[in-house]
Ligand binder design. Structure first.
Ligand SMILES: CC(C)(COP(=O)(O)OP(=O)(O)OC[C@H]1O[C@@H](n2cnc3c(N)ncnc32)[C@H](O)[C@@H]1OP(=O)(O)O)[C@@H](O)C(=O)NCCC(=O)NCCS
Length: 146
């Protein structure tokens, strides 16, 4: 059985990430969303040699926003999103991050449950933040207390 690992993203991953993005979202990021963001804090979930998902963090100092997070649909609901979130949060915390923020569609119960399981709490909403379909975002926050 191939095992799950995480690693940082590189330029050679862009095509695969874009493919997963289109499968996982109704309003996907354009390719430039990936190529313009060669982020130091972009983590890729590997299943053996296959890319199974990704999570991108963006921010400065001890504050980071999760700006994109997806598991390839054929690998969803098997605990892999939880694995990627847990492993990447641990690495970010080890690098000194103490506050995490994110936006999530109100109807995205799956993601909201996962974030709540990891101690994220709702701070408020952003009206009509999303399109296709139009929808409010819930802003969530997680703080690390030393
Ligand atoms: C949201 C997403 C990243 C979760 O990853 P996943 O691998 O499918 O989720 P996991 O199997 O690791 O499940 C972890 C937790 O998520 C929640 N969850 C998963 N599937 C769920 C479902 N069908 N209904 C409700 N909650 C669910 C649960 O809290 C679950 O924990 P539990 O098994 O102890 O109940 C993934 O489904 C995905 O890529 N969705 C499309 C893109 C997306 O919505 N990204 C997030 C944008 S904010």
């Amino acid at each position: 059985m191939d095992k799950l690992t995480i690693r940082t993203a590189c330029e050679a991953d862009f095509a695969s990430l874009f493919e997963i993005e289109q499968e996982a979202f109704t309003h996907p990021w354009p390719l430039e969303g990936f190529t313009d963001f060669l982020l130091p804090w972009a983590w890729i979930l590997m299943f053996g040699k296959k890319i199974a998902g990704y999570i991108f963090y963006h921010g400065v100092g001890d504050e980071m926003v999760i700006i994109n997070f997806a598991i390839r649909p054929c690998y969803q609901e098997m605990g892999w999103g939880e694995f990627l979130l847990k492993e990447s949060l641990q690495k970010m915390i080890a690098n000194g991050v103490r506050r995490f923020y994110l936006d999530v569609r109100i109807s995205n119960i799956k993601a909201r449950n996962l974030y709540e399981k990891f101690g994220f709490r709702a701070l408020g909403t952003r009206k009509n933040y999303y399109t296709n379909p139009d929808e409010d975002a819930i802003v969530m926050e997680k703080q690390i207390h030393d």
